[in-house]
Design a protein around this ligand. Sequence first.
Ligand SMILES: [Fe+2]
Ligand SMILES: [Fe+2]
Length: 307
Amino acid sequence: MRSLDSDYRSCIQSSERVSWRLDDVLPEGFHLDFGSRILPDELTATESIGCLSDREKLLLNQIRSNSYAHLFLFLEEYAVALAAHRAGLELHGNPMHMRALLRFTEEELKHQQMFTRYTAAFARGFKVAPALLDNQVEVAKAILSKSDLAVLLLNLHLELMTQQHYVESIRGNDRENLDPVFCNMLKHHWLEEAQHARIDALEIQKIMARTPEALDSALTEYAELLAALRGTLIRQLELDLQTFERAAARPFTEEERKEIREAQERSYVWGFIGMGMKSPLFLSRLREVAPAAEKRVLELAPLYSFN
Ligand SMILES: [Fe+2]
Ligand SMILES: [Fe+2]
């Protein structure tokens, strides 16, 4: 595995170059301004919901943005365990690989603290207490019951998807008056996620060099993980709708609920799953691993696409 050493070294160097302190990005006890949209409409899909007033669209956008931060905290529970486990495998093995994986672990723990700070500030300032999923440990354990290769494929998907969200929808977005605190938080997240995605791909390469036959069943497990992720997203959506009805403080008709739920389900599933599967960077990484992997993902993608 000596040939991968320079790639791991380069990941460590990049990580050291962009590293930031949590207190500098998001000081404890800060206050949020609820005057503007937080995430862009591309990631929250509230503007096209005809039955909502402008004020209600803004409230739903803010609830979705808070859930977005929470879902990263939630999903990073398994990412921390994955990176720590892969680092442990290099104990008495390759110190360069181990350092890169330990930095990855530490950064994910820092990200979890950052997202916890954000959602705490949101809860302090928002008009009602937001309902959020709390079974991240159970979900992390279920994800980690799959093979390392499958979990690394899921992680690569999610880490490239996060980057795509930031680069394509948030960075330089001057069409929407987005909350600067949230944009700055996602910018710093992206700076470190860029290395994580590279390390995921290197770890995938390492497994594939030793056991290429593991790919077929890992792709089946990856498909199962996506189906389970869809279930998790829908459960958070149901909680969002409860929070929204309390915040909007008016009863919605069944028809209105249906319109809101459908728009939000499409947004969640496309934003977290379909968009990741169709990301050119994800597909090209898969192509490098094995053309069969890219083909399987493209076959699955229509299940999570709406166009
Ligand atoms: Fe992260
Ligand atoms: Fe990450």
